[in-house]
Write a protein that binds this ligand. Structure first.
Ligand code: SF4
Length: 317
């Protein structure tokens, strides 16, 4: 990339950038939370949750001193709950090892749980103006297209990304601009090359065939019986899911995977990236057994969105 192409992209970004709250701050705590939330969740879902988060955990100290259940509860609906666990672990590391100050050194940022090179690059550039590139899925696609190499390995992409950010004199804006371009005009399918400010610098401009851009994801169907033990006096019986696997650490009614499909259709189908969960609500008249507890106010516990939907449907029937 030349300085002219760099200025072109930055000029476009200044005009077209969406106003997003994490773009108005250099506070590393706020940027870190936004980056983790955005790792696997769409901007429109993250927006309200990002603002709510700081009402619950205004700073890293309040986050570190909270118990994990409260953190999972605050994460409810964002999915991929492993991220919430990492955030909690990281907050404790920041408080105990960095005296409550978010580390500035790149290697120290990357050493925090749940932070890879790309997320560390985002935090270091947005908070501390370091020339550290972001290389998320959108940026990878843009770079592969600019260089006309759809099979470029990550090692090569990091070299290109570093070269490009070094050419710009504003690393934070450069990273934001790259992500914005990938999230808007340079989409996986149907990139809008005619509106793209970079088409004169891009080897793939006007060359993308739709069929080659579509990547198929294999989705596995799972059929789960969800045993609903309820009592007007005691509420609903919930158990905590194991620390790994689907819905790790969240609270659900007892779940049993079914080998044979029931004759009745599922109450609710919840879609995950690689799984389609068919949930069959089953009213149980037996006393619950095993680990678990009666819960009268489920709003105090972190339940997966799929279970919330199942309970709503079940109440309507
Ligand atoms: S010209 Fe087209 S393919 Fe190239 S970066 Fe722009 S939108 Fe993407």
């Amino acid at each position: 990339m030349s300085s002219a192409s760099s200025e072109t992209l930055l000029g476009w970004y200044q005009k077209e950038a969406r106003a997003l709250p994490w773009r108005d701050t250099t506070d590393p705590y706020k940027i870190w939370i936004s980056e983790i939330m955005l790792q696997q969740t769409q901007v429109k879902t993250v927006l309200p949750r990002y603002l709510q988060w700081f009402e619950i955990f205004p700073d890293v100290h309040s986050l570190a001193s909270a118990n994990l259940d409260a953190v999972l509860k605050a994460w409810e609906g964002l999915g991929y709950y492993r991220r919430a666990r990492f955030i909690h672990q990281s907050a404790n590391i920041i408080v105990t090892q960095h005296y409550g100050h978010f580390p500035e050194e790149f290697d120290a940022i990357m050493a925090l749980p749940g932070i890879g090179r790309s997320t560390a690059g985002a935090i270091a550039s947005f908070s501390f103006s370091q020339s550290t590139p972001v290389l998320d899925g959108n940026v990878k696609r843009v770079l592969k297209r600019w260089y006309g190499n759809p099979d470029a390995p990550d090692k090569q992409l990091w070299v290109w990304a570093q070269k490009a950010i070094d050419t710009s004199n504003s690393p934070a804006d450069w990273n934001q601009a790259m992500m914005e371009l990938g999230a808007s005009l340079c989409s996986p399918q149907n990139p809008d090359c005619s509106s793209c400010p970079m088409h004169q610098y891009c080897k793939a401009a006007f060359q993308i065939e739709q069929s080659s851009a579509v990547k198929k994801i294999t989705v596995k169907n799972l059929h789960w019986r969800v045993d609903l033990h309820t009592s007007p006096e005691r509420g609903i019986w919930l158990t905590q899911r194991p620390d790994s696997g689907i819905w790790a650490g969240l609270w659900t009614p007892p779940i049993t995977e079914l080998d044979q499909l029931p004759e009745t259709p599922p109450c609710y189908i919840h879609i995950l990236t690689h799984r389609r969960l068919h949930l069959y609500g089953h009213t149980s008249n037996h006393s619950p057994s095993g680990d678990g507890q009666w819960i009268s106010d489920i709003s105090q516990f972190a339940l997966p969105t799929g279970i919330h939907r199942l309970l709503e449907k079940h109440e309507q029937t």
